[in-house]
Design a protein around this ligand. Sequence first.
Ligand code: MG
Length: 390
Amino acid sequence: MQQSMKRISILGSTGSIGRNCLEVVRNLKNQLSIRYLSTYSNIALLIEQINEFHPCAVAICGMKPDAAIEKKMQQLEVEVGWGNEGLLTVASRSDTDVVVNALVGAAGLLPTLKAIEAGKTIALANKETLVTAGELVMQKALQKNVSIIPIDSEHSALLQCLQGERHQHIRRLILTASGGPFWQRPGGTFRDITVEEALKHPNWNMGRKITIDSATMMNKGLELIEAHWLFQVPEDRINIVIHPQSIIHSMVEFVDGSIKAQMGLPDMKIPIQYALTYPDRDTLDASRLDFARLQQLQFALPDTGRFPSLRLARNALRTGGTACAVMNAANEAAVALFLNRRISFDSIPASIEMALTTHEVLQNPSLPEISEADRWARNYVNSLHRAGKM
Ligand code: MG
């Protein structure tokens, strides 16, 4: 059957997910075409991408309008938008089918909402969108009859395991976690973990923020919340298991005790391509899993003593309201402080916990109330640091 061309917008095309996404598009040129791209501030790479993929417009969201860059964009015959407004325009233009959200952090929320309002299919790599405002986002997607297809490898695995299944037959979701670089490190030494050590992920090559989240295991906490909203499964039926080889990307257990797992080598191009071709599949020229070389798969239960982020995320999801938005924003602020060498590694979860304890949770928050909770949590964590409490 002849497929029609899917027209794609990528928010965050110069980041790790964005670049992998363009590689998928490059390999499926006859089915996928690029309409819009956006970067935070990586102009050099954006220009390379414009030359190869010829988008109609781009957004540069982390910079003020700049005459020299505008002139360059004119020569490249591409329209340019600036700041948040430029980004939101790229997220909602009418001549696209799929918006890939590969932005970092809660900054991804408004573009996701804009794209949903415009009726676009969302290919979501930005998990913070669902952590911050899962209920609002899912409601809006339902109203607009928009699909949100996960790019996150665990959630792509769950989606693949759930094909052809009924929701009432799900017994539990089992999210696998690599455990990051420290899952076997003694608890007493977490204070001394350096930025360099935390940035060395054993299996995945990713951006800085998510790599630190993997090291604290907050990434898995965020993914727990993401899975809850995407698949509408209660928190107590989502388990987390450490699986250091990252071969099984997640599993679903059904009511009859049968378990489905989705497996493959850790390569983000697989879940990205699945999201862009869903519900179809296509060939992908990538390394293949060799069971003879693999020999064994290991599993272990995560330790919430050394990784309090897992406990914090579960509690925040149970509490509901603005709790998850506060947890996410406090995490973003604390990770930035750690990356700037202002606070120690173990101060990341400690800061989040203090923010959650101090915050007065608002149930059924509106979008402005969520933004306010987010702003409050960032200020709170930064003021903890300034006051020398972290
Ligand atoms: Mg993941």
